[in-house]
Design a binder for this molecule. Structure first.
Ligand code: NAD
Length: 444
């Protein structure tokens, strides 16, 4: 064997992550909250209201398939590093699994399973013919070069090729990924198929068959659901104040669209820090600043604030638009808003929900609030299969129609079952999935 091959395989061995030895928990250690456990609790609460058969509940709870890959990637310095990648298909009852791919150091299988399950109920709530899926890779994209990210992405796509595809499982961007990552996945799948396969992913760049309006779709959906909620509870948006945690795709777009309606954003945070301006932070100026500097830190139109306190400020609207489990039973009593709009997936735990309900805070649940993204992903997939593309106005008009219809359905469901919007949304989504499962039957 050539010396260089032996040397590089030794390198691989040296760099492979060591599996952690047995985890010893000290008595004082609090176990992390299982996000998938939170989803199971939410399903149980909704299923109780629907009086569903226990075996059917078990069937709709568990992911259909979870794939785990160890992905060797050549780094710029010539060494190899092994990254762990996941793809979970929670349900394919109503159509192909659909859901983003997350690149983040804290990705776990538990998290990916939860996100995949939420996608199932989300797609059912907005009534699009998709099931639920999600992917993730444990990595820090901020510390990787473009070349390393491309090699990681292509390796992930190649290793997951047997589960991905326009008819079976269609990825999209999530935290830490974007149109470029989707372009690499589309290209890897297309190269193996021997022809361009644009419908294999959504959230692609426009020139590769992406949809107009997709980049803004999740934030636009967040704005629509806040607008509809405000109208129902009598909150005048032109006089309202707001705080947003996370100023990425979802946080920045929803803030910009709400600012156009007169909402003043007095607090904004991101992973590196937070800002405060009692007169309202200029969202357009901050977005331009972030485009150039990649952070909100140092922006001159506001003073520094404590990012850990962002959720507890006195504002009318609070938008968590970063990560899960931000509002828990230990801090929910400190939340002071009127509307809590879940731009992120799973920012509020089931225990915190109980406290927020007592405080009469209207929580717009993630599976409704941030469903604009997957709705336009569905439009993108439809346009790819048609080979015909819509104008941005057409996309936004159809998104508005779908989101308002879903909002009305969820509002009615929660009124009919005398429950929160979250459980109302779960009831609606579960009913739609169960109806299909009952008609199709369970293959055995
Ligand atoms: P993004 O990567 O564009 O932005 C994430 C933002 O969160 C960044 O500003 C980052 O600094 C901030 N952040 C990360 N960790 C933080 C922390 N500990 N404290 C405060 N801020 C922190 O991601 P995104 O696409 O905007 O997604 C945000 C959330 O919305 C995620 O939960 C994602 O699953 C959900 N979501 C996104 C889409 C979409 O289309 N992008 C659709 C549905 C749901």
């Amino acid at each position: 064997m050539a010396k260089s091959v032996i040397a590089s395989s030794n390198k691989i061995r040296r760099l492979a992550p060591r599996h952690p030895r047995r985890l010893v928990l000290k008595k004082t250690t609090t176990l992390p909250i299982s996000i998938f456990g939170n989803v199971l609790k939410q399903i149980d609460q909704a299923a109780k209201l629907l009086d569903l058969d226990k075996s059917l509940i078990n069937f709709i709870k568990m992911p259909r398939r979870s794939t785990i890959c160890n992905l060797p990637v050549r780094m710029d310095d010539g060494t190899y590093k092994i990254f762990v990648g996941y793809r979970v298909q929670h349900s394919i009852a109503r159509g192909p699994a659909k859901g983003g791919i997350r690149y983040h150091p804290d990705v776990t299988l538990d998290e990916v399973q939860a996100l995949a399950a939420w996608m199932t109920w989300k797609c059912a709530v907005v009534n699009i013919p998709f099931g639920g899926g999600k992917g993730g890779v444990i990595c820090d994209p901020n510390k990787m070069s473009v070349g390393e990210l491309e090699r990681l992405t292509r390796r992930y796509a190649a290793d997951m090729m047997h589960v991905l595809g326009p008819e079976s499982d269609v990825p999209a961007p999530d935290v830490g990924t974007g149109p470029q990552v989707m372009a690499w996945i589309m290209d890897t799948i297309s190269m193996h198929e021997g022809h361009a396969e644009p419908a294999a992913v959504t959230g692609k760049p426009l020139v590769l068959g992406g949809s107009k309006g997709r980049l803004e779709a999740t934030g636009r959906g967040v704005m629509i659901t806040i607008r509809e909620t405000a109208a129902r509870i009598g909150l005048d948006l032109s006089q309202a104040t707001a705080a947003v945690q996370g100023f990425g795709n979802v946080g920045s777009v929803s803030a910009r669209l709400l600012e156009e309606m007169g909402v003043k954003f007095t607090y904004i945070s991101e992973v590196n820090g937070a800002l405060h301006n009692p007169k309202g932070i200029d969202i357009k100026a901050l977005s331009d600043y972030v485009k150039a500097k990649k952070t909100i830190v140092g922006f001159k139109g506001a003073v520094k604030a404590n990012p850990k306190e962002i959720m507890f400020q006195k504002v009318d609207i609070l938008i968590p638009a970063a990560l899960e489990n931000q509002i828990t039973k230990t801090n929910a009593s400190r939340v002071k808003c009127k509307i809590l709009a879940e731009g992120a997936n799973g920012p509020v735990t089931p225990e915190a929900d109980v406290i927020l309900k007592k405080k009469k805070i209207t929580v717009i649940p993630d599976i409704l609030c941030n469903a604009g993204g997957v709705t336009v992903s569905y439009f993108e997939w439809v346009q790819n299969r048609l080979g015909y593309f819509w104008t941005e106005e057409e996309v936004n008009r159809r998104l508005e129609e779908k989101m308002v219809m879903a909002f009305d359905d969820v509002w009615k469901s929660s009124a009919d079952y005398k429950t929160t919007l979250r459980i109302g949304a779960f009831v609606l989504g579960i009913r739609r999935v169960v109806e299909v499962v009952a008609l199709r039957g369970i293959h055995s």
